[in-house]
Write a protein of this length. Structure first.
Length: 127
């Protein structure tokens, strides 16, 4: 997977352990500290910088891989649009968050990486 090499992959597997420990990729990314810190009062929630909870080594590896993707690789449409309106490091952190979620999904569903993967909604249950 672009942005994740052998070192990052082994660290991901070691940190993740049993993939069923996490309900979703969002929960895994939160465990790594790649989600915004939330604070608020009066019903107004404000999002801050990343929480930095979790394993700093793995978070560093993911962010370095994401920086490489944003800087050197041909950026996807999503990365290009983000770079138009956000600073470089914010985009790199968002890409690292996406890498963590994708890695969790690959491990949880036993799939290999497909660049242009499109998720399909589940079929409605028939009675």
């Amino acid at each position: 997977m672009p942005g994740i090499g052998k070192l990052t992959a082994t660290a991901l597997v070691a940190t993740m352990g049993d993939v069923k420990t996490f309900k979703s990729g969002r929960e895994f990314a939160s465990f790594l500290g790649l989600v915004p810190r939330q604070s608020g009062t009066g019903g107004k929630i404000r999002l801050g910088s990343i929480s930095k909870r979790g394993d700093p080594y793995l978070r560093t590896l993911l962010i370095h891989g994401a920086r490489n993707l944003v800087r050197l690789a041909a950026p996807s449409e999503w990365i290009a649009r983000m770079l138009e309106r956000r600073p470089f490091n914010v985009v790199a952190t968002a890409v690292a968050h996406k890498l963590a979620r994708t890695a969790w999904a690959m491990a949880a569903h036993g799939r290999v990486y497909v660049r242009d993967w499109k998720s399909e909604p589940p079929l409605p249950a028939t009675a």
